[in-house]
Design a protein around this ligand. Structure first.
Ligand code: AMP
Length: 506
């Protein structure tokens, strides 16, 4: 059946292959496994997603001894990202079920203590990111003097990420007699110049030359204005489906924004980038793998660290700045022989980056047309939105708005003031008229009934507002919160005089 048994692997390793569910070796496995078993150094230019992890784990662990208690590692794998380290750890764990090797993974972003404790007990295989490994070496928590096999994984990426000094230091700490396996998605002369010295008569395994794109990936571009990208992304998801999609953005904040927008539109999305903690990233990737999350928005740092099979397609929301990253990004789909596709949104500003990519992969990327997306209408809508948004931000427009609002407020205040004084005047007039009537009435009553001690009879009724007949109106006014207009001069004074008289008489 498989073809794996013709590569020289032991029964134990073949059992691991079966456990991992692999039927047929991939090209890099086919070429690398026999060479590694023979003890050769190799330099493998394998394109992403080709099964290179098993290509070194299976043969290297198959012939690896076991370290003494408290010693090791015998095999050291150095890889640029935490995600890659974890994926390698998973393949190594599968193999270790057969070989009983102790596997230890040390990566940054996690606490040192458990890693140091684990190393102190001894390990056969150590998988590490360069920064953390150097830290642990500096703390004398790990010694590399027993290393028999050294794997430099994603070597070009480690150099891009500025890990060359760390890698050199790590290599220098391992014995010269070691076997060295160097894997890189792309290999050019500069990499060979730097890393060539670390290898002894290496056999070259060339599955992909620099710039090769996996044949299992169809890739396209869509030309679009920057402001239309969010709508276009939704249209792509609607038309092409959204079970398992990775969206790459240029920056962390753009990945976050795309994630928020898609979430608002009702999609199950997570963002992963270097600002998110190790646990957050792992949880997001687990959810993505088990289907709880359908879309991952990510930056380039993680382009190589996402190993989820059956990714339907990749969207390059932004064109990658490094042409090589294009290959890594689209390599997230079409993995291990399955078919995938990728679509890249190209704005007029990123046309030159597209040309660099086309030059690298030596092919013109065809344009994709969406059935149900009206680009012209979307552009018009985006332009309208941007004019409104711009106007909102424009300081001139904002000042004019404030002035208009002030004017309107002043006008309203003035109108209210005028209304109040008109009403006041009316009430006063009414009171005056009421007073005149009451006076006339009071006189009439006093004369008729002889009530000379009535207030009216004391001749005060001609004071403005001083009348009984107006009380109803006054209390009504008080209820309305309006001034009553009844001053009743002298009333307080009379009460005071009365009080002092009664005090004297006591
Ligand atoms: P890698 O290039 O090591 O990151 O592997 C990419 C993906 O291919 C992983 O999901 C592996 O599980 C899968 N894979 C590796 N070798 C094989 C194989 N021989 N057959 C099927 N899938 C494989």
């Amino acid at each position: 059946m498989s073809g794996f048994e013709n590569l020289g692997l032991s029964e134990k390793a073949l059992a691991a292959v079966k456990r991992m569910g692999y039927d047929t070796p991939t090209p890099v496995q086919e070429q690398a496994i026999p060479l590694v078993l023979k003890g050769r150094d190799i330099i493998a230019a394998a394109q992403t997603g080709t099964g290179k992890t098993a290509a070194f784990c299976l043969p290297a662990m198959d012939k690896l001894g076991h370290a003494q208690k408290g010693e090791g590692p015998l095999m050291l794998v150095v890889t640029p990202t935490r995600e890659l380290a974890q994926q390698i750890g998973e393949v190594a764990d599968q193999m270790a079920v057969s070989t009983h090797h102790r596997i230890t993974t040390v990566v940054g972003g996690l606490s040192y203590k458990p890693q140091i404790e684990r190393l102190s007990r001894g390990t056969d295989v150590l998988i590490a990111t360069p920064g953390r490994l150097i830290d642990l070496m500096d703390q004398a928590a790990v010694k590399l003097g027993n290393v028999k096999v050294l794997v430099l994984d994603e070597a070009d990426r480690m150099l891009d990420m500025g890990f060359l000094p760390s890698v050199k230091k790590i290599v220098a700490d391992t014995p010269k007699s070691r076997q060295t396996l160097l894997f890189s998605a792309t290999i050019d002369k500069s990499i060979q110049d730097i890393t060539g010295k670390m290898l002894r008569d290496p056999a070259t395994v060339e599955i992909a030359r620099k710039g090769d794109v996996a044949s299992t990936i169809d890739h396209y571009i869509i030309r679009v204005q920057q402001s239309v990208k969010p709508e276009l992304l939704k249209a792509v998801l609607q038309e092409k489906g959204f079970f398992r999609v990775i969206v790459f953005a240029r920056t962390r904040s753009r990945a976050d924004t795309a994630c928020r927008r898609l979430r608002r539109a009702g999609y199950a999305v997570e963002a992963i980038h270097s600002d998110r903690s190790q646990n957050q990233r792992k949880r997001a990737l687990d959810k993505f793998a088990n289907g709880d999350v359908n879309i991952i928005t990510a930056t380039d740092v993680l382009a190589r660290g996402i190993d989820v099979s059956d990714v339907d397609y990749v969207v390059n929301f932004d064109v990658p700045e490094q042409p090589e990253d294009y290959i890594h990004r689209i390599g997230r789909t079409g993995r291990a022989g399955s078919q995938g596709f990728a679509v890249t949104f190209v704005t007029p500003e990123t046309e030159s980056q597209l040309r660099d990519i086309e030059k690298l992969i030596k092919q013109k990327i065809p344009e994709m047309k969406l059935r149900d997306f009206d680009m012209a209408a979307a552009e018009a809508e985006a332009a309208e939105k941007s004019i409104t948004a711009q106007a909102k931000r424009d300081p001139e427009v904002n000042r004019a708005k404030r002035e208009l609002a002030n004017k309107a407020r002043k006008k309203a205040e003035l109108a209210a003031e005028r209304k109040n004084s008109r009403e006041q005047e009316k009430r006063n007039k009414k009171n005056r008229q009421g007073g005149g009537q009451a006076q006339a009435q009071g006189k009439g009553q006093g004369q008729q009934k002889g009530q000379g001690k009535g207030k009216n009879a004391r001749g005060k009724s001609n004071q403005p507002g001083y009348n009984q007949g107006n009380r109803g109106q006054q209390s009504q006014n008080r209820r309305k919160g309006q001034p009553s207009g009844d001053f009743r001069p002298g009333r307080a004074r009379r009460a005071e005089v009365q009080r002092s008289r009664s005090r004297k008489s006591r």
